[in-house]
Write a protein that binds this ligand. Structure first.
Ligand code: NAD
Length: 256
């Protein structure tokens, strides 16, 4: 069932979600599809992306899977071209895909810094450029939502130098792009998710998780739907006057 009216309706608008096959991204895909969006699921894991898209279509929702490796600029350019040709110019871009492995600072490597930043920061920059060009050409404004991390608000564990470096860059990208895109009616906002038990978080490689974010969040553990709800707000027509904002959804860690 799609909701075709109301302030949170995305009826018929195209939404491109990176890393949408699993975890938080899959929750975002479902919520935006249920709000009526025509969803493009862009992921390295095309089998999972196809399975999710097929399941949503069986429910009467609109979703299509697109294979992409976000480490490759040419594939990002081709992705945005393919989505625009097959579904139309995106009105929503959710920069969700990210990798979360850890490496202690004193053992840190340039290779890991570069790998992390390529996916978590450089890819969102390239996607913002490519999608914003399409949004501007379409002349309808747009919404860009960047998923950073509540580690930027102090909810840290050890081993996050490269990860937090990349997420800090992403949060800064929000600010820079919000300024340059505001005249086109395109908003850009950041969400800082708290801990969510996703495949990426549970399977992250690295040293044992030690640090302030080991304590239990007072409201319980976030689920993908909790983060997806925040994405839907920033992605919706009603959020037209919210840009360059940061929303932390961390189940109360900040008051514990
Ligand atoms: N899970 C958490 O606790 C948590 C907390 C804070 C922030 N975040 C952020 O939220 C976002 C989603 O996290 P998640 O836990 O759902 O991750 P996840 O690893 O469970 O899912 C990420 C998705 O991105 C895809 N992906 C990874 N590399 C890719 C690439 N090179 N090209 C295309 N697709 C690629 C994966 O295939 C996967 O489907 C990430 O940016 C993460 O940093 C997560």
């Amino acid at each position: 069932m799609t909701s075709s009216s109301g302030p949170f309706s995305l009826d018929g608008r195209v939404a491109l979600i990176t890393g949408g096959a699993k975890g938080i991204g899959a929750g975002v895909v479902r919520m935006l599809a249920e709000a009526g969006a025509r969803v493009a699921i862009a992921d390295l894991d095309i089998a999972e992306a196809e399975a999710l898209a097929g399941g949503l279509r069986a429910e009467g929702l609109e979703a299509r899977a697109f294979a992409v490796n976000l480490a490759d600029e040419a594939q990002i350019v081709a992705l945005v071209e393919d989505v625009s040709e097959q579904l139309g110019a995106p009105w929503v871009l959710v920069n969700n895909a990210g990798i979360q492995d850890r490496e202690l600072l004193l053992e840190g490597t340039a290779a890991e810094w570069d790998r992390m930043n390529a996916i978590n920061a450089r890819a969102p920059f390239l996607l913002t450029r490519e999608v914003a060009r399409r949004m501007i050409a379409a002349g309808q404004g747009g919404r860009i939502v960047n998923l950073a991390s509540c580690s930027l608000a102090g909810q840290m564990i050890k081993g996050l130098a490269a990860y937090m470096g990349s997420k800090g860059a992403l949060a800064a990208l929000t600010q820079a792009s919000a300024l340059e895109l505001v005249e086109h009616g395109i908003t850009v906002n950041t969400i800082l998710p708290g801990g969510v038990g996703t495949p990426g978080a549970m399977g992250a490689k690295g040293p044992p998780a030690e640090g302030p974010a080991r304590r239990p969040p007072p409201l319980g553990r976030c689920e993908p739907i909790d983060i997806a709800g925040a994405v839907l707000y920033f992605a919706s027509p009603v959020a037209r006057y919210a840009t360059n904002q940061v929303l932390c959804v961390d189940a109360g860690w900040s008051v514990s």
